[in-house]
Design a protein around this ligand. Structure first.
Ligand code: NAP
Ligand code: MG
Length: 501
């Protein structure tokens, strides 16, 4: 039975058993430091909101620099303790598999919390939990497969290389895929024997705290994983600046990523960054439009467009431009915006009022700049931060709506003449996270995939990701790669040893 089938089955068994109030009550609200749940030293707290209603659903500790200090002391001590650094790789595998099993056991509760706090439709949250389980299991396999090298050496020397953990890792994540981001950070760090301090986004602390409880239940030694919920400017900055953190792994906006990079120079931390995007989605005249149209609508509307790799610049070959624009508009009309817990819903709300205002300001900007707006009519809803999908035609690639990451269900549809023009316009961006090409011509598909400057290129599909495949950005979309063997490289360092014979 595949992981997803099994989870679906477990979920359907438990679905009726999930009591929303109990789910929230049983989720920790404090910081997880050194294996214990503790309030912030300052006593400060932050509110977690349900973006479908705007209501406060929980209040959690807002950790600051003093709490980060305590977490770093715990993580540093845990790093060298025999019950972590002294265990065999097989034992690390068992810990990761145990976490995966517990996530699978509580899949429905985790999905529920994720939908409630983040607003993603429950069916998407369930898929996220499958991804989390796969990620822990995939990384579990790596612990026993981290090899060093035997090096060429002189006759009187023996040289070999060990791959060792980097040490104490600070991991800062965004709100758009809270649980998946937590897993992508924690699982490879643990597989390689590191210890970690995770800071979830202020908007979405709950699923990470719930995951933390499962990590403790799995029996991980105290201090190996610490979770400090809090604000970026305080807890986040304290992690980036901390002199005793060896590596910072950040996922979030390019603007904050740049700040993290400069904050981390004090002790020359290793820094990996997974940042924003403005991905080109290129539809050639010979594309199979039955596949390209629904996928291109989903490419910018999935999770209300709050996805780093969203396909927000849709380039369409000029002879099919009008046809594709009409087909996309028809497709958008079928999107059901609404309550994430309604089985019919395909798009939930934006994360916050701030994000709503920001997306709205870009829509205004597009109209003021002379682009033609095509918005879906949406039933008005009270309280939540719901926004209708919007396309812009008559967009020039130099307009702000075509250059800046909007992070909402908004895309620009831009014509191109030929392959060369598509690649030139597609690459005319400071980002380089992802790109897609739709064509039936296999040679053109390969040529354009090579020519596009992006960390992931899809041919005749969109959004395929896999924990076994590296993910990350060209240009200002990031530094380094996550998942696949690249994660293991990013969470280890090599030590060369010479022995005189
Ligand atoms: P963000 O504002 O950059 O925040 C990301 C994280 O950084 C949050 O935990 C935030 O804390 C923290 N932070 C803020 N200021 C900080 C500082 N001065 N020092 C240290 N940490 C700080 O991003 P977001 O709005 O949460 O998420 C959306 C962005 O993430 C988009 O740009 C999207 O493209 C990107 N993203 C990229 C990927 C990828 O894999 N490439 C994946 C998902 C999302 P607060 O929550 O308190 O602000
Ligand atoms: Mg933020």
């Amino acid at each position: 039975m595949s992981a997803s089938t099994k989870i679906a089955q477990v979920a359907s068994n438990r679905r009726d058993a999930v009591d929303p109030r109990h789910c929230l009550q049983s989720t920790p609200k404090n910081l997880m430091i050194n294996g214990r749940w503790t309030a912030a030293k300052s006593g400060e707290a932050l509110d977690a909101i349900n973006p479908s209603t705007g209501e406060i659903i929980a209040t959690v500790a807002a950790g600051g620099a003093a709490d980060v200090d305590a977490a770093v002391i715990a993580a540093r001590a845990a790093l060298d303790r025999p019950n972590w650094s002294g265990i065999s790789p097989h034992e690390r595998t068992r810990y990761l598999l145990k976490i995966a099993d517990l996530v699978e056991r509580d899949a429905e509760e985790l999905a529920f919390i994720e939908s409630l706090n983040n607003g993603m439709p429950l069916m998407h949250a369930r898929r996220s939990v499958v991804n989390v389980v796969d990620t822990f299991r995939y990384c579990a396999g790596w612990s026993t497969k981290i090899f060093g090298d035997t090096n060429p050496s002189a006759a009187d020397l023996f040289s070999f290389t060990l791959r060792e953990p980097i040490g104490v890792c600070g991991q800062i994540i965004p709100w758009n895929a809270p649980l998946v981001m937590a897993a992508w950070k924690i699982a490879p760090a643990l597989a390689c024997g590191n210890t970690t301090i995770l800071k979830p986004a202020e908007q979405t602390p709950l699923s990470a705290l719930r995951l933390g409880a499962l990590i403790l239940e799995a029996g991980l030694p105290e201090g190996v994983v610490n979770i400090v919920t809090g604000f970026g400017a305080t807890a986040g900055a304290a992690i980036a600046e901390h002199p005793d953190i060896d590596k910072v792994a950040f996922t979030g906006s390019t603007a904050i990523g740049k700040r993290i990079l400069s904050q981390s120079t004090g002790n020359l931390k290793r820094v990996t960054l997974e940042l924003g995007g403005k991905s080109p989605n290129i539809i050639f005249a010979d594309a199979n439009l039955d596949e390209a149209i629904p996928a291109s609508a989903a490419a910018f509307c999935y999770h209300a467009g709050q996805v780093c790799m969203a396909g927000t610049r849709i380039f369409v070959q000029e002879q099919i431009y009008d046809q594709v624009l009409d087909a996309l508009k028809a497709r958008l009309a079928a999107i059901k915006v609404g309550d994430p817990f309604d089985a019919e819903t395909t798009m939930g709300p934006l994360i916050s009022q701030t994000q709503f205002d920001r997306v709205k300001s870009y829509i205004d900007l597009g109209e003021q700049g002379g682009a033609c707006r095509h918005s879906v009519q949406m039933a008005s809803r009270d309280g939540g931060f719901f926004m209708a999908p919007t396309l812009f035609s008559d967009v020039r690639n130099d307009m702000r709506i075509a250059r800046e990451e909007i992070f909402g269900p908004v895309a620009a549809v831009i014509p191109f003449k030929n392959e060369n023009d598509a690649v030139l316009q597609g690459n005319d961006t400071s980002y380089g996270l992802a790109a897609a090409v739709w064509t039936q011509d296999i040679r053109r598909a390969h040529r354009t995939a090579r020519a596009l400057k992006a960390g992931t290129v899809w041919v005749n599909t969109y959004y395929a990701v896999d924990s076994a495949v590296p993910f990350g950005g060209y240009k200002q979309s990031g530094i380094g790669r996550e998942m696949g063997s690249h994660s293991i490289e990013m969470y280890t360092q090599s030590k060369s040893i010479f022995v005189k014979l």
